[in-house]
Write a new protein. Structure first.
Length: 340
């Protein structure tokens, strides 16, 4: 199976993460790359570096204002007297219709949803090449590949068109989906991360040309809290083109696979000709976030069930955090896809 990754994705090395009022080490560590790459290679993936497709495919999803912010904010922030080493917001607008500030501090609050997405000196470069890896994977499908894996790190599914959040800056899965749509495919994004793909939902929420489906731990008491509920079905032309399947905390393999069948039925009904899987592995029972209880063999069953759709499939890495089984879980999922 083709796979894509660029070494410049190592450059993002976040140090801080605030949770429940405590400042902790950031879980989205570069070490994830080594473990995920080893898992993908164990499943037979052969990695290539992406070519540079330019800013255009990224700007098809993200606003120019936001992209300028990401490219320049760390330099501007560093000029602020007493500023920390990373851009972390401490104030936010009440809503998206409030005035847009000029200061670095104010713009950080506008463009960063939470404290889980600190921006360092290497963040833009890493995020850019993470997105380019996803673009290369989409192009591989357009050129005839039946499946491809993208080690997109930093991940992307919590990023909106103009807003970072939850370790995410550029929405790699949405960028890949739009790239495939522009190539003539009818695309669905299936998000199996333990956290709801709120950024992806937000990007496509008022559109009916891309289906978004997410299975995730119930957000009533789990990140991202404000999005991912079952009543969120889309709006305007997108009404009915968004499906959320919030799951009880601790759900295991058998019940998850039953819920997955609901998601797959919706994808079939949409008439898809290509599928983007936002591949979070943090639904694992031993993942640090402890949302669901999927086993390592369970990931193979999930991968095989999704591959059973018979669609060209691009798997874009989202979550899955440092634990002994991280690489094994990826290898299991990819092996399940290839066995179908």
């Amino acid at each position: 199976m083709k796979a894509y990754f660029d070494d410049r994705q190592w450059a993002h090395d976040p140090q801080h993460f605030m949770a429940n009022g405590a400042v902790l080490p950031n879980p989205e560590q570069p070490e994830r790359i080594a473990r995920l790459r080893a898992g993908a290679q164990a499943a037979g993936c052969v990695f290539e570096a992406p070519e540079d497709a330019g800013i255009g495919p990224i700007a098809a999803i993200h606003t120019a204002e936001y992209l300028v912010f990401l490219q320049t904010i760390h330099t501007r922030w560093s000029r602020t007297e007493g500023a920390g080493a990373e851009v972390i917001p401490n104030i936010h607008p009440a809503n998206r219709t409030d005035s847009y500030p000029k200061s670095a501090v104010g713009q950080a609050g506008w463009h960063q949803a939470d404290t889980a997405c600190p921006i360092g000196s290497g963040t833009w470069e890493a995020a850019y090449w993470s997105a380019q890896s996803a673009i290369a994977g989409a192009d591989a499908l357009a050129e005839g590949a039946r499946a491809a894996y993208v080690l997109s790190r930093p991940p992307g599914h919590h990023a909106y068109g103009d807003l970072a959040g939850g370790f995410c800056f550029l929405n790699n899965s949405a960028i890949a989906a739009e790239r495939l749509r522009a190539a003539g495919y009818r695309v669905a994004v299936l998000d199996v991360d333990v956290h709801h793909g709120n950024g992806t939902q937000g990007i496509f929420y008022a559109r009916g040309d891309v289906l978004t489906v997410s299975l995730h731990a119930d957000p009533a008491r789990f990140y991202p809290f404000f999005w991912g509920h079952a009543h969120e079905r889309g709006e305007g032309p997108g009404l009915g083109a968004n499906l959320n399947l919030p799951l009880p905390r601790g759900m295991g393999d058998a019940d998850y696979l039953q819920e997955l069948e609901v998601a797959l039925a919706r994808i079939r009904a949409f008439g898809c000709t290509a599928l983007v899987v936002a591949l979070g592995l943090d639904a694992y029972a031993g993942d640090p976030f402890q949302g669901l209880a999927i086993t390592t063999p369970g990931f193979a069953r999930i991968g095989a069930a999704i591959a059973g759709l018979g669609l060209p499939m691009l798997m874009v890495q989202e979550g899955g955090y440092l634990c002994d089984a991280l690489g094994d879980n990826l290898a299991s999922f990819l092996s399940g896809v290839q066995s179908a």
